[in-house]
Design a protein around this ligand. Structure first.
Ligand code: ADP
Ligand code: ASP
Ligand code: MG
Length: 405
């Protein structure tokens, strides 16, 4: 007997047939003699629709109430799933985040999980229940409902798996595993049998939305191996695990793209000490995370400073920057939402050179202009015009020898 945590994403529970299909999979796992905890997302499109509804009421909805609203998506699916399983003759019970004792901090809409009090879960499992837990939501110390940020059900699953000491944590989604690039835009992408936490962390943070970044951080910290696989077939998926010696042999293991950033440029600002802080401090004080930053030195003691932020923060960041620009006498503020960040990732980069040069040459051969560059030990990212995203991903995928035969 094993204790298995299974998480099903929005597409996997997107309609009633799919809910029945997932109920069948859960039942089969239980019938093999396993204890099963299931984490569910909202039905696909539901969270987006709820966000849209709130934005029709007010441009900047209150974040605490947003948590209350968004958590209803997952509340619906867990109830429907528990009903389905009960109608099939199984003992099942749905739990919301607070009932499953998922304690978070109080950061509305992007709360972090602090602790899982597994008492109730363990009791229900001991009574032979299949336990269905609402993903994406928790509860802070004051008893307020919180949500974990988009894609947060992945993190719920890994946290619950670690909290109950699960033998397996399976993330069921609409693709067969983690691929060398998003299989929906790169037809030659290959499914990986395994990937290291470090690489998965970079891939998740650079746009591979198959796992939420915090779920990978959590898995790495508590050493929870994750099996990413499809809910539509029985194929073995991808294991996300600790790095082993063989992984270093592969120089580049994936190419990612992210269309969710925008860039802001302050033109002709005085090139004096402290100017970057003068521009970027108000942005961070507004609770906005800045990703890439470049500063060009120009003649006449003036410089341009460019940075990128998430598209959801773009409007707010523009407002803040325009205010600063006036105060420091910058010439103007330019914004661009039509950009994409393309990255190549691989732990093998630590011990190989020439990856950056190859990336730049490949993009140049396709006549794609590079707007910004950033690197870490195991990845290189370039910002380009959004319209070249597919072309860039596909040509880099081929250039780094990742195409499937
Ligand atoms: P779920 O609703 O199951 O949580 P998501 O939509 O959040 O699913 O994540 C799955 C999607 O992630 C896939 O449909 C795919 O388009 C996208 N994706 C992006 N990059 C990758 C990658 N490298 N490997 C697999 N999927 C990827
Ligand atoms: N329903 C939430 C979202 O769409 C959480 C999730 O699906 O993981 O972001
Ligand atoms: Mg997801």
């Amino acid at each position: 007997m094993a204790l298995i945590v299974q998480k099903y994403g929005g597409t996997s529970v997107g309609d009633f047939d799919r809910i029945r299909n997932v109920a069948g999979r859960i039942a089969r796992t239980f019938d093999k003699g396993n204890q099963v905890v299931v984490i569910l997302s909202a039905m696909s499109g539901v969270t987006d629709k709820l966000i849209n509804t709130a934005e029709q009421i007010t441009e900047f909805p209150d974040k605490r109430e947003m948590d209350v609203l968004l958590s209803t998506g997952e509340q619906t699916t867990v109830a429907l799933m528990a009903m389905t399983l009960k109608s099939m003759g199984y003992k099942a019970k749905s739990l919301l985040g607070y009932q499953a004792e998922i304690l978070t901090d109080s950061q509305s809409c992007s709360a972090r999980i602090l602790d899982i009090g597994a008492t109730r879960l363990t009791e229900l499992l001991a009574e032979n229940h299949i336990v269905i837990v609402a993903g994406f939501q928790g509860c802070d110390a004051a008893g307020d409902i919180t949500t974990l940020g988009r894609g947060g059900s992945d993190t719920s699953a890994v946290a619950v798996a670690s909290g109950v000491g699960a033998d397996q944590c399976e993330i069921y989604t609409d693709v067969d595993g983690v691929y060398t690039a998003d299989p929906n835009i790169c037809k030659k992408a290959r499914k990986l049998d395994q990937i290291s936490y470090d690489e998965m962390l970079e891939m998740a943070s650079l746009g591979a939305k198959v796992l939420q970044i915090r779920s990978v951080e959590f898995a790495m910290k508590y050493n929870v191996p994750i099996h990413v696989r499809s809910s539509f077939n029985e194929e073995v998926g991808t294991m996300v695990v600790s790095e082993d010696a063989n992984m270093e042999k592969v120089i580049v293991s994936g190419v990612t793209h992210n269309k969710n950033e925008a860039r802001i440029t302050l033109k002709k600002v005085p090139d004096t000490p402290g100017i970057a802080s003068r521009i970027l401090s108000p942005v961070s004080e507004a609770g906005i995370i800045v990703d890439m930053i470049i500063q060009n030195t120009r003649s006449g003691h003036m410089t341009d400073l460019t940075f990128t932020v998430g598209k959801t923060d773009y409007k707010a960041a523009m407002d803040v920057s325009k205010k600063t620009a006036k105060e420091i006498n910058a010439e103007e503020v330019l914004g661009d939402e039509n950009i994409a960040k393309i990255s190549v990732i691989g732990v093998g980069m630590r011990s190989h050179y020439g990856v950056a040069a190859k990336m730049f040459t490949t993009l140049a051969a396709e006549n794609i202009n590079i707007l910004m560059i950033s690197t870490s030990e195991i990845r290189i990212s370039c910002v380009i015009e959004e319209k070249y995203t597919e072309l860039a991903v596909q040509s880099l995928h081929t250039a780094f020898g990742l195409d499937q035969e």
